[in-house]
Design a protein around this ligand. Structure first.
Ligand code: FE
Length: 254
């Protein structure tokens, strides 16, 4: 499996705090069949800044350690970038790491309770620069929970979306779980990643979530998500299932 979102690099954000915790995470990932892991520390989120050069060094060090301990995982350098209006400037200044080496796909996080008004405009600019934004965990954003169809204008622009595995199996509660299921059912999310932070509550859960998706909606959804993650990591064009708008009751009785 390929996991395109995790906080395994030790001591630089709210993920693994020590080298030993990072190794324990890698062991846990390997045990559930993850072979490729994109390291995506928080960047520019008001609390953590992890510009490209720091991340590259850290990934190199952790990879050496995993190789020494014979843990069969290949690490890649990335970032989970908090949305901000100066993103194009940060990209030009070389501070931003993309998922792939062609600098095509990048992981963008919205604040938990809002869809910034400038987001669509910013995404258009990024797309004009040859990039393709990926909105991470929309199923955990309050505005997308209220109306998952608000993803549609972004998807129509060419944006991709990434659900996190623990959402699907209920780690963040019933509301997030239901939203995740609705988004998967209607192809409003294109790939799944762990967003793992530790080996406790915020573990990887990829294998279990894929099994549940296959149970709920059939293996085809899982295969599409796995191919999407692979193509994104390779910087290739993706082949996505077309979305369906979620129909809701027209009238709500109080
Ligand atoms: Fe994250």
């Amino acid at each position: 499996m390929i996991d395109l979102h995790c906080h395994i690099l030790p001591g630089i954000d709210d993920g693994a705090q020590t080298v030993e915790e990072a190794v324990a995470m890698a062991e846990s990932a390997a045990a559930q069949g993850i072979e490729h892991l994109l390291c995506t520390p928080h960047h520019n989120n008001g609390k953590y800044d992890n510009p490209a050069e720091n991340v590259i060094l850290q990934v190199h060090q952790l990879q050496n350690l995993l190789d020494m301990r014979q843990i069969p995982i290949t690490l890649y350098e990335g970032q989970e970038v908090r949305i901000s209006g100066d993103l194009p400037e940060q990209i030009k200044a070389g501070k931003i790491l993309f998922v792939d080496l062609n600098n095509k796909y990048l992981l963008i996080e919205f604040p938990a309770n809002e869809i910034p008004v400038y987001a669509e405009r910013l995404f258009l600019d990024l797309i004009a620069m040859g990039h393709r934004p990926i909105i991470v965990h929309p199923e955990r954003n309050q505005r997308f929970i209220e109306d998952p169809n608000r993803l549609i204008p972004f998807i129509e622009l060419g944006t991709l979306t990434q659900m996190t595995a623990p959402s699907y199996i209920g780690i963040f509660g019933r509301e997030v779980e239901n939203t995740a299921k609705q988004m998967v059912e209607n192809n409003l999310v294109h790939m799944m990643a762990s967003d793992a932070h530790n080996v406790r509550r915020r573990n990887f859960f990829m294998k279990r979530a894929f099994e549940e998706i296959a149970n709920d909606f059939g293996k085809r959804k899982v295969t599409a998500m796995e191919f999407c993650a692979r193509d994104v990591l390779n910087g290739d064009e993706v082949d996505i299932l077309s979305f369906k708008e979620i129909r809701r009751k027209k009238f709500r009785l109080f």
